[in-house]
Ligand binder design. Structure first.
Ligand code: B12
Ligand code: SF4
Length: 521
């Protein structure tokens, strides 16, 4: 039992914040994490000290130990562990124990919430936090500081001296997010975050989501709480504005707001009220994740007025059967196309998120995703390769079908091994997604007598038996490496030019959309 004998606790948060393990030399400013900034604000309010070890790339033992030593001395070391960061986190925990054998190690975040016992079983881990962590950690710091028994704290599981696990009940969620302090943005080297460099702030004014998409962890994250009904919550519109004002006053160079809330328009009434206030009080160009099925034309019109310069939408699959049967996203093609028309009408460019390589998918179904994007006239598309998160329904479906390979698949480019949708085809669709969306858009814009044969020609170029998928993927990888280097160079050395180019691009897009609109009318 650690006893700080009346001294306030010092906590170091370790955040492995990278997804590409091959980029040891890549310099990245990293991402903001609302969870860590919120924990820090609560602990600091309680008088404790908080530091951050923001790991922006895969570290070697030597570089990690040096960074840890440079960070100074701490009583508690907390690791934020999302699923794909878990293998590396285990290494960092081992190396931490070698440097500070007496450090108290706690792990939290999404992977821990999904499989707490698996994380607690890791050598060196003393405790794990299931679900939201602010007040569990505050209690831990307070009790450790006062020399009291801390093994009864709600939401924490402990490894006891005899190796057994002590699992405390999970504390109920509180409904009112306004009782949280404004996050501690300065925990991060905020001005150097990836987003700050392009004048953007990543903002999260909510917790959770009440939908049940089968590939997403949210359905399981909420199950851990005794009062899971209130899992999806937002700060009040007024408090969310206060959050933004605090952020902007500290970092006045912020010119764009990127709301990363799971679904920004989850509560339509809240959303309508918030965007009215936002228009009056903030007015910066903004974007966020929007769902089709709860949208009205009136709201889209208000979004334009309040400053939405683009919207992000999860389309995920263009095959309606896949959406209904495997993803539990009950949105028809008609509904999607109707909402998309509203965005065109009011001149808000659309970005869609798409998943390739879903269980039971094949190249023909994936082609439908490309085609639906083309019919929607999506302005930007992000194709992601499906990753089966443990504990999600789609993980179980993949496992049952025998698509999950043995051993560690966290670093595979295509995690599922499916005979009907081989790796090279998945990678090909991912690589050439935008290329084909553009071409199908042309096909749909042509008169039918020309568009139809062109569409058929494109179909053969995607799904034809003799398409050299593997070679084309290799070619694309070479091109992407050069393009990313150039973007990195601009962001890190000439950020001003990068922001200007980005603004120019958005202006050009907005102009094109207006032109298209006037042509249509
Ligand atoms: C905003 C967001 C982002 C932002 C910010 C990321 C971040 N690290 O916070 C951006 C856009 C950068 C992002 C990127 C990615 N994301 Co994301 N993202 C979200 C989202 C929508 C909300 C997260 C959030 O801020 N919640 C609010 C905060 C307050 O809660 P929190 O982060 O959970 O933190 C609390 C607890 O977890 C806990 N806690 C957290 N850390 C620690 C540490 C300790 C020591 C303790 C004790 C407790 C603790 O206490 C916190 C306060 O209560 C969630 C989905 C959702 N839940 O709605 C997905 C989600 C977290 N993302 C996910 C993924 C996969 C990614 C990417 C890997 C995607 C990709 N392929 O690039 C990257 C990873 C980037 C990274 N370095 O983390 C997954 C994670 C799944 C998993 N099992 O790990 C989620 C759950 C969505 C999903 N698919 O299910 N994401
Ligand atoms: S709507 Fe988004 S955040 Fe909510 S369950 Fe579905 S994928 Fe997850």
């Amino acid at each position: 039992m650690k006893d700080l004998k009346g001294r306030k606790a010092r906590m170091l948060l370790v955040y492995p914040d990278y997804t590409d393990r091959d980029c040891t030399n890549k310099t990245s400013g990293g991402n903001y994490s609302e969870g860590l900034a919120s924990i820090s604000a609560v602990l600091k309010e309680g008088g404790h000290t908080v530091g951050l070890l923001h790991l922006l790339n895969l570290h070697t033992e030597e570089s990690y130990k040096k960074k840890l030593a440079d960070a100074g001395e701490y009583d508690i070391i907390g690791f934020s562990v999302r699923t794909t960061a878990f293998p590396d986190a285990q290494l960092y925990i081992k190396w931490t124990k070698e440097v500070y054998p007496d450090a108290f190690i706690i792990c939290g975040s999404y992977h821990v919430t999904l499989v707490p016992e698996e994380v607690l079983a890791v050598d060196g881990v003393d405790c794990v936090c299931v679900g939201d962590g602010e007040y569990a950690e505050l209690e831990l710091c307070d009790k450790m500081s006062a020399g009291e028994d801390y093994t009864n704290i709600e939401s924490l599981y402990f490894k006891m001296p005899d190796g057994s696990f002590k699992k405390n009940p999970i504390r109920p969620l509180f409904a009112d997010l306004d009782r949280l302090p404004i996050p501690d943005f300065d925990l991060f080297d905020f001005d150097n975050l990836e987003s700050s460099k392009v004048g953007t702030a990543i903002v999260v004014v909510s917790r959770g989501c009440f939908y049940n998409c089968t590939y997403c962890g949210n359905g399981n994250f909420r199950k851990v709480y005794p009062n899971k009904k209130i899992y999806a919550r937002f700060r009040s519109p007024e408090n969310a504005i206060l959050y933004l004002k605090t952020l902007i006053s500290k970092h006045p160079y912020i010119k764009f707001i990127n709301f990363r809330d799971a679904i920004f328009n989850m509560f339509p009434e809240w959303f309508d009220k918030f965007i009215e206030l936002y228009k009056k009080e903030i007015g910066l160009p903004c974007t966020g994740n929007i769902r089709f099925d709860i949208l009205t034309e009136e709201t889209v019109k208000k979004m334009k007025e309040c400053g939405f310069y683009t919207v992000d939408m999860g389309l995920e699959s263009g095959d309606q059967e896949m959406r209904f049967k495997y993803l539990r996203r009950y949105q028809t093609d008609e509904m999607i196309l109707r909402c998309s028309e509203w965005f065109h009408k009011y001149g808000i460019p659309q970005l869609t998120y798409n998943i390739i390589g879903l269980p039971h998918e094949d190249i023909h179904k994936a082609l439908k995703t490309i085609k639906l994007n083309a019919r929607m006239k999506s302005d930007r598309v992000i194709p992601n390769i499906f990753y089966p998160y443990e504990g999600t329904p789609l993980y179980e479906i993949s496992k049952e079908a025998g698509f999950i390979p043995e051993g560690d698949f966290t670093q595979r480019r295509v995690p599922l091994v499916q005979p009907q949708f081989p790796e090279e085809e998945v990678l090909f669709i991912e690589a050439y997604f935008m290329h084909f969306v553009r071409r199908y858009k042309w096909a749909y814009a042509m008169p039918k007598w020309l568009g139809r044969p062109y569409e058929k020609f494109l179909d053969v170029r995607v799904t034809g038996r003799f398409v050299p998928h593997k070679f084309l993927v290799w070619l694309h990888d070479c091109f992407a490496a050069v393009r990313n280097k150039l973007k990195d160079f601009l962001v890190h050395n000439l950020p001003g030019i990068y922001v200007k180019l980005r603004m120019l691009k958005h202006r050009k897009k907005a102009k094109n959309t207006t032109k298209e609109k006037s042509k249509e009318s």
